[in-house]
Design a protein around this ligand. Structure first.
Ligand SMILES: Nc1ncnc2c1ncn2[C@@H]1O[C@H](COP(=O)(O)OP(=O)(O)O)[C@@H](O)[C@H]1O
Ligand SMILES: [Mg+2]
Length: 370
């Protein structure tokens, strides 16, 4: 177990900057998820930590030790890759012990470690089998086991579940969370899937175009995104964004006006908000309410209704929204495409964004965050 610290880490390929000024503090034993859209530099950063890529500038520490120039094999890290090719002609025991044998570990020690890893991953009864006789989930567990036997201080996992089907991904996500509890080692997990990030992480690092956009606990990011990128990336379906006119500003609240003339005082920090400008109001589909319960009401035309049984997702076209607006109603709602429909907006659930994307600090205290 060890902490991992990045200080102003940059990584370029030639003239192209990929990771930009990354500052991160990962505590010993913490489960951290790097999340962001494809191409934002998640794998690059992970590979820099593993030592598979050189860091262009900045410092990487594990505990107190600077690691920039330490060989990958001496860093005490273990990495599980997205493509986890197993040796098809070797059985599970030999697949898992391959690295230890190469490192000329003692036979008894190899057996002990493989048995221990197999036990943790519930593969004990399969050690004689060849990979082709395993399910996708079992193969994925072998790939993790192969890394586990090297007893890393820091476990790095790069999109390990993306080759599995949806049901198996859910199951493996729980397995990996359990594994982390059992091992207590520092884990850095990379995914483009915000649901994986939300459900597994103690701390999420959202990356956007090579920069760290925000770091925080899952519910902190969900309720208090610092910018529009994080607001839109975390949560599914995405947050609704509506262009509003700033009618009045006080220290602890801002009055916004929708195109239909209705107004709303939003409990956010009014610093740097100017009367008369236009800003972007954000509200999550699950936070919208019925017309009677809203502090303001917006009318729209129903475009599509998705009836999921336990909830209904109503897609509306409204004036001023950046895209169709989505309203998630718990349970079954009797609405059809083509209807005119009104939704209520609860002031305390609203977010407000400047045109550069920065959020005004929300002042409403949400349960379980901050
Ligand atoms: N070896 C490389 N040489 C040049 N560019 C690379 C190399 N590896 C990755 N990149 C570029 O770096 C960017 C980030 O890639 P990557 O870290 O793999 O993103 P992610 O894992 O978030 O999808 C991409 O634009 C990719 O094309
Ligand atoms: Mg990647």
């Amino acid at each position: 177990m060890t902490s991992v610290t990045l200080r102003n880490v940059c990584k370029s390929y030639g003239d192209v900057k990929i990771s930009k000024n990354i500052d991160l503090d990962i505590n010993s034993g913490e489960f951290v998820v790097f999340v962001g859209p494809s191409g934002c530099g998640k794998s690059t950063l992970l590979r820099c930590i593993a030592g598979l890529e050189d860091i262009t500038s900045g410092d990487l520490y594990m505990g107190e030790k600077r690691m920039n120039d330490v060989e990958p094999s001496k860093r005490g890290v273990g990495m599980v890759f997205q493509s986890y090719a197993l040796y098809p002609h070797l059985n599970l025991f030999d697949n898992m012990s391959f690295g230890l044998k190469l490192a000329k570990a003692d036979k008894a020690e190899i057996k002990k470690r493989v048995d221990h890893a197999a036990d943790i991953l519930q593969l004990g009864h399969l050690l004689e089998r060849q990979p082709k006789a395993l399910s996708g989930g079992q193969r994925q567990r072998v790939a993790i086991g192969r890394t586990l036997v090297s007893q890393p201080n820091v476990f790095l996992l790069d999109e390990p579940l993306s080759n599995l089907d949806a049901a198996l991904r859910v199951q493996m996500r729980i397995e990996i969370a359990k594994l982390h509890k059992k091992l207590g080692c520092t884990m850095i997990y990379v995914t483009h899937d915000q649901v994986e990030a939300m459900t597994m992480a103690e701390k999420i690092v959202v990356l956007d175009g090579g920069y760290v956009s925000q770091v925080g606990a899952p519910l902190e990011l969900y309720h208090y995104p610092k910018n529009r990128f994080v607001a839109g990336f975390i949560g599914s379906p995405k947050m609704n964004f509506i262009s509003v006119f700033i009618e009045d500003v006080e220290k602890n609240q801002v009055k916004v006006q929708f195109k239909n003339g209705s107004t709303l005082w939003i409990p956010v920090d009014g610093t740097n908000v100017t009367r008369g400008e236009r800003m972007s109001l954000g509200v999550r589909p699950e936070h919208l309410v019925s017309e009677e319960n809203g502090d303001a009401v917006i009318k729209g035309n129903v475009l599509v209704v998705e009836k999921l049984g336990y909830e209904t997702q109503i897609y509306l076209t409204i004036e001023d929204a950046d895209a169709d607006m989505i309203y998630r109603v718990p349970d079954t709602a009797l609405v059809e495409a083509g209807d005119t429909f009104s939704v209520g907006i609860p002031a305390h659930r609203c977010h407000l964004f400047h045109n550069d994307g920065k959020a005004c600090q929300r002042l409403y205290k949400e349960a379980g965050a901050q």
